[in-house]
Ligand binder design. Structure first.
Ligand code: C2E
Ligand code: MG
Ligand code: MG
Ligand code: MG
Length: 296
């Protein structure tokens, strides 16, 4: 039993540490066990749901699609963001099942949208260890009757630390079917120019923490301009994430051509809210086209 083990180790560590160490460790272990059980039960009960964040052409303000962001609707914890459950799902070995269930739902949601709107999904490096990953994703799209040309996968530089040969072959099979591939969270970690060339990316997303510093920090502005220039020279379109203010959007507009997303444009919202928004704009795929303007 995990709590007993914590007690055992705490006692072994000596009497003076016992009082401080044992209750906290036991508490942490119990919390962790509850989280793990909650996640496993939540998968079985369908508590994981897709939310969607708008992606916009910042020059024209036109909506181009949505990024799906997973949420856990936990009966005990309320709405939980992915930073809390994705790493645990990876360790438990259930990330593939979890991800595929949510993606499958997202494909069905996005099928209802106007056919020029794209759907972006985040893929864990752990999913890239499965040689059948591309096949499975293509099968989900076929089952949902969703055209691969409208799907974008977002992967982080962590994927480049996996078996790069396997990752490259997975990415190639998906691209051959029309799926596009973005490098997510660029600008944090060890992202270098070499990484931009490591895989045939279709787009690079500049990380929110990096973008946020733009208006405050001269150096960051220079670096973002440099990334924009490199993107242009490599024919790599850019997306800026975490645009929270009009000010930030304007700075980006001055630097170059970007797609953008962030709270300035809209918070992540559930499928029904997206559907209502698109319906009001006559951008659902089943909606009749808007009536022609009356003649003279
Ligand atoms: P990400 O892909 O970089 O997603 C953007 C995150 O920034 C989202 O957080 C979004 O809610 C948040 N965000 C967007 N605009 C703003 C803004 O203007 N200001 C601020 N402060 N935050 C903003 P979220 O939903 O908590 O997701 C966190 C990360 O979890 C995502 O980062 C993504 O890497 C990962 N993730 C989400 N869904 C999935 C999934 O289904 N599978 C996997 N493997 N990872 C996922
Ligand atoms: Mg992302
Ligand atoms: Mg990102
Ligand atoms: Mg990010």
């Amino acid at each position: 039993h995990m709590a007993d083990m914590a007690m055992y180790h705490a006692k072994k560590n000596g009497r003076n540490r016992y009082d401080w160490f044992e209750p906290r460790m036991e508490h942490d272990l119990r919390m962790r066990a509850e989280l793990e059980n909650g996640i496993l039960a939540g998968i079985a009960r369908g508590e994981f749901v897709p939310f969607y964040e708008q992606q916009v052409d910042i020059e024209t303000g036109e909506l181009t699609g949505f990024e799906m962001l997973a949420r856990w609707n936990s009966p005990q914890l309320g709405l939980v963001t992915p930073d809390r459950f994705i790493p645990v799902a990876e360790e438990l070995g259930v990330i593939c099942d979890l991800s595929e269930a949510i993606i499958s739902q997202a494909l069905r949601d996005a099928r209802e949208w106007d056919s020029n709107l794209t759907l972006a999904v985040n893929i864990s490096p752990v999913q890239m260890r499965d040689p059948w990953f591309a096949q499975r994703l293509l099968k989900l799209m076929a089952e949902a009757n969703f055209p691969p040309e409208r799907l974008e996968i977002e992967i982080t530089e962590n994927c480049l630390n996996e078996n790069i040969g396997l990752v490259r072959s997975l990415v190639t099979s998906l691209k051959n079917q029309g799926v596009s591939v973005s490098l997510d969270d660029f600008g944090v970690g060890y992202a270098t120019l070499a990484q931009l060339r490591a895989l045939p990316f279709d787009r690079v997303k500049i990380d929110r923490n990096f973008v946020a510093r733009l208006t405050r920090n001269e150096d960051t502005a220079t670096v973002v301009s440099t990334i924009a220039a490199i993107g242009e020279s490599m024919n790599l379109p850019l997306t800026a994430e975490g645009i929270e203010t009009e000010n930030l959007r304007d700075s980006l507009r001055r630097i170059g051509t970007f797609k953008g997303q962030g709270y300035y444009y809209g918070r992540p919202e559930p499928a029904e809210a997206v559907r209502a928004r698109l319906k009001s704009e006559a951008r659902l795929s089943n909606d009749a086209p808007p009536p022609l303007a009356p003649g003279p």
